[in-house]
Design a binder for this molecule. Structure first.
Ligand SMILES: [Zn+2]
Ligand SMILES: [Zn+2]
Length: 344
């Protein structure tokens, strides 16, 4: 089968190569991949700015159907349409695993980074990671479950949104737009999403199109002034930081009001980030860092898809065959696309 492989460290070093179909163990299933989305972290792997162990098949936002089940697998059969959590290798015995937080198990080997991923025809995963795709969803839509689960986990499960909250989402990538929509679904009174001039190509217009309350191009509009006017100087109740840029992180602390909540999902380029520590203390902020997702995040994301309160089709702007991955990566990088999905 053809697989998109990061062959070695360094910038680039990604190519389509012929590899063997994986062999499953008794607790695994083999999945025919039907769709796999391009994630910002795939671009970072291209740029050598995200951890991975080469050579590795990249791609992790996938959906597909089961074509083989291991001898010990119960509840799943050939033909089932599935998506899969990312906690391949999680031990099942540590505190994180036992409390439903396998994403933080130190033995986890996420597909597409540390073990072979899904920009290819077949992937094997442990059966306990699977979730069933509702009949009403296409494989392309289902491929958006993973990024949506990341938003559910960071926004709804770790930070929390209450009806009536004013919510500021910094960054308008696919997870940002999904996060803003989820805040609205949960009953936020006003949701603001921000982006840059380059996001006017697709992402900010998309946020306007799907009805996010306030869509702010921060290179045209003064965000501090905008938030001050909207909240009568109080600051927002919740900031979700998804830009991963140092000025945005500063702004997150400045624009959240007293007793506000700050959800941090965006990954900054460096480990050392200066924050207004005393200001955060005297505002009594609640700060939640978040990465990855858990069982409940996936079920909630799929439920929102099924109810059509969150519609992946609105965010998937490009569907390309796997062989055109370079074009797909370019579309994702340039900001001309919201979400690009590759079909192997
Ligand atoms: Zn992703
Ligand atoms: Zn564990």
């Amino acid at each position: 089968m053809l697989a998109l492989i990061k062959t070695s460290n360094g910038i680039g070093n990604i190519e389509l190569q012929e590899v063997d179909i994986p062999e499953i163990s008794s607790s695994e299933v083999l999945i025919r991949v039907r769709a796999c989305g391009i994630c910002g972290s795939d671009l970072k792997i291209f740029d050598d700015q995200h951890p991975f162990i080469p050579p590795v098949v990249i791609g992790h936002e996938f959906s597909g159907e089961i074509v083989e089940v291991g001898s010990e697998v119960v509840n799943w059969k050939v033909g089932d349409r599935v998506v899969s959590e990312q906690h391949v290798g999680a031990c099942g015995h540590c505190r994180q695993c036992l409390t439903g937080n396998a994403f933080a198990c130190k033995f986890k080997q996420a597909p597409g980074y540390f073990t072979d991923g899904a920009f290819t025809e077949f992937i094997k995963v442990p059966a306990w990671l699977l979730h069933r795709i509702p009949d009403t969803l296409s494989f392309e839509e289902a491929a958006f479950t993973e990024p949506s689960a990341v938003a559910v986990h960071g926004v709804l499960e770790r930070t929390g949104i209450n009806p009536g909250d004013t919510v500021l989402v910094l960054g308008c990538g696919p997870i940002g737009i999904a996060a803003a929509k989820m805040a609205q679904i949960t009953g936020a009174s006003d949701v603001i999403i921000t982006g840059l001039e380059q996001d006017e190509k697709a992402r900010l217009p998309k946020a306007r199109e799907i009805g996010i309350d306030h869509v702010v191009n921060i290179q045209k509009i003064d965000l501090d002034k905008f938030v001050n006017e909207l909240t009568n100087g109080k600051g927002v109740d919740v900031v979700i930081e998804l830009a991963g840029a140092l000025p945005a992180i500063q702004q997150a602390f400045n624009l959240v009001g007293p007793l506000g909540r700050l959800g941090i999902i965006g990954q900054p380029p460096t480990d050392d980030v200066q924050i207004p520590y005393r200001q955060a203390l005297f505002k009594a902020l609640k700060v939640s860092f978040s990465y990855s997702s858990k069982f409940s995040s996936w079920e909630k994301a799929l439920s929102m898809f099924e109810r059509k309160s969150l519609k992946p089709t609105e965010l998937i702007t490009h569907i390309l065959p796997l062989k055109d991955w370079e074009e797909g990566f370019q579309l994702a990088r340039s900001g001309e696309a919201v979400k690009v999905v590759l079909i192997p």
